[in-house]
Design a protein around this ligand. Sequence first.
Ligand code: BES
Ligand code: ZN
Length: 478
Amino acid sequence: MAPQLDAYFNQVDSMAESFIDRLAKAVAIPSVSADDDKRGEVVRMGKFLESELKALGAHVEARPLGKQPGKEHLDLPPVIVARYGEDKNKRTILVYGHYDVQPALMEDGWATEPFKLTVDDKGRMYGRGSTDDKGPVLGWLNAIEAHQKAGVDFPVNLLMCFEGMEEYGSEGLDDFINAEAKKFFKDADAVCISDNYWLGTEKPCLTYGLRGCNYYSIEISGPGQDLHSGVFGGTAQEPMTDLVRVMGSLVDTHGRIQIPGLMDLVAPLTDEEKELYKGIAFTMDNLYESLGSQTGIYDDKERTLMARWRFPSLSLHGIEGAFSAPGAKTVIPAKVIGKFSIRTVPNMEIADVNKLVFDYVNKTFAALGSKNTCKVIEQHSGKWWVASPKHWNFTAAAKAVEKVWKVQPDLTREGGSIPVTLTFEQATGKNVLLLPMGSSTDAAHSINEKLDRRNYIEGIKLLGAYLHYVAEEPMKES
Ligand code: BES
Ligand code: ZN
């Protein structure tokens, strides 16, 4: 087994430039799922994956998901599903990733063109989607290719599921996974998702929990059209004034959610759990480095990790119609839409959170005594996920980390959300593992997103090694 891995690893090293080239091609496709007018690019990115997978000899299907709910003129991008290998004597691993990305504009403050992979002299590869999630998705393809070129037998059958709407709440995917669990995905013995990050820059981790995400908008309208503030200021009730007050009442400066009853839904902290945080390799400097400032809420690592992994948070994201462009414009916006989300944790149920949010927003708005109209809408929701790391899927991944990175991984939860993780677990009934490639400084969703060359290339080795160890693990469900 070890010699085979060596041959594979050497092959990955010798193909590094072509793997970076493949990532550059993917980053060059601006597959932004949140922009309606970029939908063609998202589809183009799906086609790119389809053709790369075909060239590797995989069986590939681009499966339609129908129209986008609420935007009936728009088709959802297809899910790209693929199968590589059909050997009944091998295990089957189902991997998931997403080929859509967050929006990115040069004027947001990027130092380099966001849709052009730019590698600096320290091997930092900048580009939107480099770490989230094109690098990891291509990691699986690269692993297949390096096995082929090295003449090393691929140790498992690989099922792949790559979606194009993850950053928009995975529209349409739950139904697809449920429908295919006993069809395309029926042979899966375990699931692996590479779509998160290390806690720092040196120590890898395996992740067994994610927070959920309930996303809302509050629409406040009144005047029939935008107004001149010199003529109407002081005589018209202003939607923006109402919205800012309602949004400002949701959360305080110290991150405390102001919605009554919400914290009562959170599972209590046990002494045993409290102990876990001490052993995790994470420092406040890790936080400050990825924050790019020292403006954290807590001064200690334990509370910071707990606030990220096991307590809910509420973030305000923006206001549509708010004339956020630079310059002094004396306008009264007629309609504004404020956006916020709540990251949820055990034991918060989506419906219970919704009820508390709707009641609180409506009550807070009513208390303003405004003649404007307020509507609060749930945009999308995905539930939290916490799994057992005591499973051969995790054992195999831990061995792969030790082989590639020469260190035992931390077992972590995460604050971000991948809505379909729980769906895969429930639909297939199999263990799900999160196996990250990138590091805490990669700045997913931010300006200057990057993936370090080292994380990409060693990450390709890691994904391949994981599959080899999976093939060797005694098959006991636990
Ligand atoms: N890769 C992230 C998920 C993630 C973020 C995992 C941070 C671990 C740490 C994923 O692409 C993502 O950003 N998901 C969205 C989902 C949301 C739209 C429901 C998120 O978390 O905002
Ligand atoms: Zn992602």
